[in-house]
Design a protein around this ligand. Structure first.
Ligand SMILES: [Zn+2]
Length: 223
């Protein structure tokens, strides 16, 4: 039976970080930034200290402490010994808005990212065309401490999913549905486990097209 743990996204818009567990499989459903909590401490000219890795985010409760999921270089800055193997099997991204995807930047690069191809292209554009910062390095990242700005980035493994095709991640089956939202490549996911449980992961609430979302919701029973 599928279980869900919520590390964010409750009584707030965005900040979704949901851990789905089924038998021996663990998958994050989104891993985003909580804008409201971030805004309590930071604004345009006041940022987390870059030399402290993700220490300020941890200390202020902007990200949860979860064993076995974060980058080795960031753990080293905190004086924490890193794990040998990541504790989760993947992160399933609904779309590339930062309140759903930003903190993938902190995850161990060996954890594969599942999303639409347009979402992957947006993540790539963020790092290649925008100003690289610690929490916008979703597509790839430069290890900290950053000794040289010209060092090569470490890439993540992206698995692009097509709408209405079925994929297996460990003990669960996943099917993506294209849905309307204010960014290209947004997906809702039907997730099926041997016990027959079938949650629907849909990402943002705002501006969903009710008809398109309704199609995915009703078709969960057909699958
Ligand atoms: Zn959104």
């Amino acid at each position: 039976m599928i279980s869900l743990k919520f590390f964010g996204g409750i009584q707030e818009i965005g900040g979704n970080k949901i851990l789905l567990e089924e038998k021996n499989t663990s998958i994050f459903l989104d891993f985003g930034m909580g804008f409201r909590e971030y805004g309590h401490y930071f604004e345009e000219y006041l940022k987390p200290r870059t030399a402290n890795g993700f220490g300020d985010y941890l200390e202020l409760g902007l990200i949860p402490w979860i064993d076995g999921v974060y980058r080795k270089d960031l753990l080293n800055i905190q004086g924490v010994e890193s794990h040998e193997v990541p504790a989760v099997d993947g992160v399933l991204l609904s779309h590339m808005h930062l309140d759903h995807a930003a903190f993938v930047s902190f995850l161990d690069h060996r954890i594969p990212v599942y999303c639409s191809r347009p979402s992957g292209a947006i993540a790539q554009a963020l790092t290649e065309c925008g100003q690289r910062s610690l929490h916008t390095e979703i597509y790839d990242f430069k290890e900290r401490p950053l000794l040289s700005s010209t060092c090569s980035p470490t890439g993540r493994k992206f698995n692009f999913m097509n709408p209405e095709e079925e994929y297996t991640i460990g003990d669960v089956q996943v099917k993506a549905f294209s849905v309307d939202h204010s960014i290209p490549g947004s997906f809702a996911y039907l997730i099926r486990a041997p016990g027959g449980t079938c949650p629907l992961h849909r990402g943002s609430e705002a501006s969903w097209n009710p008809r398109r979302y309704g199609e995915a919701f009703h078709r969960r029973n057909e699958w």
